[in-house]
Design a binder for this molecule. Sequence first.
Ligand code: FES
Length: 132
Amino acid sequence: METYDIDDESLEAARRELNGEAPDGPALFEFACLISDIPLDKGKLVIRESGEIALFRLNGSVYAISNICPHEMSPILSSGAIDRDALTVTCPLHEWKFKIDTGEQVGASGGIPIYAVKIEGDEVWVSERSVA
Ligand code: FES
């Protein structure tokens, strides 16, 4: 088994990255919508200054991914078909499939950015920067 030396500063930077926090400051989250705005049977498109995201409400959790399908850079994943058991969304144009929780492309090595989600009451807040 390999071991790695990781200093406290690197650990803190990794923690901030996972939580969608700014490198030198508090978490930067933007209000996206109310939980009730996200339909149960499809995604919700949210347009931000930094780009488009697609929100999904699945199995009691809210997930945020880029709305852009990398195949043709099409802004369409919020309209994709959802598989609740597999936690995937399938692009409606040419059926590339992505994991909603990790952003990984199914059956290929690519992927899409995902964002940290914070729920406050009925409000959905999404990290400004992607976390993967
Ligand atoms: S644009 Fe999404 S699979 Fe082609």
